[in-house]
Structure formats: C-alpha cells, structure tokens
Design a protein around this ligand. Sequence first.
Ligand SMILES: *[C@@H]1O[C@H](CO)[C@@H](O)[C@H](O)[C@H]1NC(C)=O
Ligand SMILES: *[C@@H]1O[C@H](CO)[C@@H](O)[C@H](O)[C@H]1NC(C)=O
Ligand SMILES: *[C@@H]1O[C@H](CO)[C@@H](O)[C@H](O)[C@H]1NC(C)=O
Ligand SMILES: *[C@@H]1O[C@H](CO)[C@@H](O)[C@H](O)[C@H]1NC(C)=O
Ligand SMILES: *[C@@H]1O[C@H](CO)[C@@H](O)[C@H](O)[C@H]1NC(C)=O
Ligand SMILES: *[C@@H]1O[C@H](CO)[C@@H](O)[C@H](O)[C@H]1NC(C)=O
Ligand SMILES: *[C@@H]1O[C@H](CO)[C@@H](O)[C@H](O)[C@H]1NC(C)=O
Ligand SMILES: *[C@@H]1O[C@H](CO)[C@@H](O)[C@H](O)[C@H]1NC(C)=O
Length: 416
Amino acid sequence: MASISWKTTWVFYILLSLLRLVSPVDAACECGYSVNSTSDPQHAVFTDLLESDFTKIKNFQDDTDWQPQVWELDPKAALGPYGRATRLESIIPNPAVNISVNSRGIYGGHSGLNLLVPKDYTVIKGEKYLIGAELDSTRNDMFYGTFRIGYRTTKWAGTCFGFYWYHDDKQEIDTELLSREINMTHTLLNLVLHTQVGGSNLEALPGTFEVAALPYNSSAEIHELRFDWTPQAITWYHDGQQVWTISNTTLFPQEAGHLVITHWSNGDPLWSGGPPEGNAALLLTYVKAYFNSSDLKRKEDHEVRCEAVGGIDDGGSGNDKVCEIPAQMGPPMYDGVAPQDLPYFFSNDLSRNATVNQTVYEDTKKKTNGNKMGGGSGTGNSAWGPAAQVSCFLWILFLVIMPMFTGSSFGQMMLS
Ligand SMILES: *[C@@H]1O[C@H](CO)[C@@H](O)[C@H](O)[C@H]1NC(C)=O
Ligand SMILES: *[C@@H]1O[C@H](CO)[C@@H](O)[C@H](O)[C@H]1NC(C)=O
Ligand SMILES: *[C@@H]1O[C@H](CO)[C@@H](O)[C@H](O)[C@H]1NC(C)=O
Ligand SMILES: *[C@@H]1O[C@H](CO)[C@@H](O)[C@H](O)[C@H]1NC(C)=O
Ligand SMILES: *[C@@H]1O[C@H](CO)[C@@H](O)[C@H](O)[C@H]1NC(C)=O
Ligand SMILES: *[C@@H]1O[C@H](CO)[C@@H](O)[C@H](O)[C@H]1NC(C)=O
Ligand SMILES: *[C@@H]1O[C@H](CO)[C@@H](O)[C@H](O)[C@H]1NC(C)=O
Ligand SMILES: *[C@@H]1O[C@H](CO)[C@@H](O)[C@H](O)[C@H]1NC(C)=O
C-alpha cells in the first residue's frame, strides 16, 4: 500500500515535470511593480515598465525604448558663449565582454553607454558649438513613477548631466549634475521642480529648488540616481538614500510626459562651465522606470491582465501579481559580485516571466516577452516632431555608413 502510493507519487511527479518542460512559464507581476512591499502602509504600485540594461546594448538602434536626438541651438539660443548641438556620434555603446565575469566593455573600461562631450568645439555655419548627446524615452505617457539611472560622471569639469521627467518647461522633475561641482569628496546635485505656478526655468519658486551634497566623487564609480513621483510626494534618492522630498502637491505636474537624459556644455561659467579640457564621457549602465500610463489602451491592458489573475487586491496572500521593485542600496556593484547580485532587471529574469505585455528592448530581436509596443504606443502629442525624424534618418546613416569608414576604432578613439 505504502509502496504503491510512493510509486504513484513519483509517476505523477515525473509527468508533472515533463508537462512543465513543454508548458509556458507562469507569468508574474501582471498587476504591476511596487515601491516598498504592498503590505507596507507606505507603498506605490506602477503598471508599466521600461528597463534598459546598457551594459548589454551593442547597437543602440536595437533599443526602441529610446530616441536619440539631433538638434542645434545657436550660441544666442543656447545662452552661452558656445552653441549646443546633439549628435548621434556622441552616443557610444561599450557593451560588456561578459557581464557575469566582470564589468569590462569591449573597448576597455567599464561597460555601458557613453554620452560624449568632446573637448573641441565644432564650427557650424560660422559659429562655435559644443557637441553633446540626448536620449528621450519613446514612451510619452508617463504619469507617476519611479525613475532610476545607473551612472558615472565625467572627471572633466565643464559639462552638465541632466536626468529628468519632462512635459514642458512648467511641468518638469529635474536633476542636474555639473561636473565642475565634483571634488575629491563631494558631488553636488541640483534638484528642481519646474512648476505651473510662477517661476520660470531659471528662477525656481522657493521650495522647488535644492542643492544636495553627496559625500563622494561621482566620477570614481557607478551610482544610482532616482526620483519617485506619487500623488503624495516627489522624492529624490541617491544610492537608495532619500535626498530631498516635496509634498506640496499643488506644485505637481498635471499631464503625462517622458524621460530625458542629456550630457552637454555651452561654456557658460555660471552653469555648465567648460568646454571640458578632455573628451568628457558620461557613463550610463541602466535606466529602470516603473510608471503609470496616461494612455487609455495601456490602462485597459493592465486592467484586463490584472483582472485575469484576480485583481490587484486579494488580501495579501503573498502571490506575485504585484512585484516589489528591489531598492538599490549603495552603489550598484558590477565587479567581484555573484551574477545574482548584479543590478536587477525584471526583463532579464526570463524564468520569472515578469514583463508580459511590457516594453522590453530585446523583444525586437527575441520576441520572448509578449508584444512589443509600437513607438510611442499611440500616445499622441509627440514632443519631438521633425527633429525625431531627422534623427532617425541620421541614425541609420550613422549606423550603416559610418562603420564602413571607422570600424570599431571610433568608439575606442573617443573613449580613450
Ligand atoms: C509568460 O506568460 C504569458 C502569459 O501567461 C504566456 O503567454 C507566455 O507563454 C509565458 N512566456 C513564457 C516564456 O513562458
Ligand atoms: C517606501 O518606504 C520608505 C521608508 O518607509 C518611505 O520613506 C517611502 O516614502 C516609501 N515609498 C513610497 C513610494 O511609498
Ligand atoms: C560568461 O561567463 C560565464 C561564467 O564564466 C559563462 O558561463 C558564460 O557562458 C559566459 N557567457 C558568454 C556569453 O560568454
Ligand atoms: C574623482 O575620481 C576620479 C577617478 O578616480 C579621478 O580621476 C578624479 O580626479 C577625481 N576627481 C577629483 C576632483 O578628485
Ligand atoms: C568639496 O565639496 C563640498 C561640497 O560642496 C565642500 O563642502 C567641501 O569643502 C569641498 N572640498 C574641498 C576640498 O574643496
Ligand atoms: C497606478 O495605477 C494603478 C492602476 O490603476 C493604481 O492602482 C495605482 O494606485 C496607481 N499608482 C499611483 C502611484 O497612483
Ligand atoms: C504650496 O505651493 C503654493 C504655490 O506656491 C503656495 O501658494 C502654498 O502656500 C504652498 N503650500 C504649502 C503648504 O506650503
Ligand atoms: C497583451 O496585450 C494584448 C493587446 O494589447 C492583449 O490582446 C493581450 O490579451 C494581452 N496579454 C495579456 C497576457 O495581458
């Protein structure tokens, strides 16, 4: 009797295992991603995900989550002795040889995406310009979210690194780091909430501008800059430590927007400083954004996906319909850590199947994670217009034509 049930159990177990081999992995996180556990009275749930692991990106055009920008502001418009221009050539991927072994990129140095401000000016139509780079998220429907970037600034004084959420000049959650404001022991972070109620871009209202001193040289290693925007608060973090928070909600943005990453200089001694004395590369290792969408189609999709597994609220039975986003405490580590201790990405954790119907850059190649959304996901009001189209064309030109002339030595040359 005992032996029969033992055998039955084993047959059943083996059958089950075989079944698992052919059946799809259960999904997870259908109801979203949370800051803090949902059992914590203070938590926030976000429905959508945008994760870019820049240590793995070889060809930037594969990452349809970002639109590299190409534009020019003449010296007068740029408010500096120099004009500002962004170029695709200033966006230089340096993917890891093997990130589970160490951080080294194929061009040497730390792997990641470099945004370069060359030390030499460029003459355009008879005027001097400093070249930089800008990436805008394709998604333009972000309304509330937690936005995180792994970065290492340039050691060359004279550039500005901006990481911000943007609707327009009066609805913007801004973080700017000036490389001239880095010394051996400290880095200053300029935090600004651009608001609807008075105060222009340059003269922020009291209570909407803060300069935080971080106790390290941010060009020495990778750190994580983060800001969370919920209905209750806008809070900036650095390496998981809270830096500043605004809770006067009358000042908060009212419309959806997108993410921007910039690295630039216009030679203005009062802000960016520069030109930098060396080719100044800002290194980015990732962006992770978890946010709510203003797009009706996306909202509906979340509702259907979440309802199908019983809804967002089921009395905290410990299921994984809402997944807690791991908090990055301390600097993100790449060397001398086990692969499971590298920065976490739901979209890299394929066995968990935690990004069904989310945007995942690998989808264009692998199609393993459900539907890739089209650019902009029908959110209307593209903030980029002709510039984005020009940029797209130049991008193709750059990727297809340029390598014929320069090969891989281009990145090496610029990063050395
Ligand atoms: C992930 O889950 C979705 C939804 O349940 C399913 O359709 C898909 O096949 C799963 N993917 C894998 C790789 O198992
Ligand atoms: C998460 O928890 C921390 C610590 O309790 C709190 O300061 C923070 O506001 C919480 N975040 C959210 C989005 O509720
Ligand atoms: C990376 O290194 C690990 C550990 O040595 C190895 O198992 C893996 O196959 C390597 N991956 C690639 C793509 O070479
Ligand atoms: C910060 O650290 C980098 C890398 O170690 C170094 O090159 C640079 O000189 C340091 N910056 C300052 C201002 O000490
Ligand atoms: C470095 O910067 C911090 C923050 O601005 C400042 O308090 C400190 O005095 C500076 N150190 C040196 C050596 O200039
Ligand atoms: C995001 O949207 C979901 C679904 O509508 C909602 O449950 C959640 O509270 C929203 N998050 C925030 C921070 O408002
Ligand atoms: C919030 O900001 C508005 C606009 O500046 C101001 O009028 C109001 O007094 C502020 N509220 C608090 C509680 O500080
Ligand atoms: C994914 O989205 C598509 C269309 O947006 C929808 O038809 C499908 O049911 C969704 N899948 C899941 C698992 O929610």
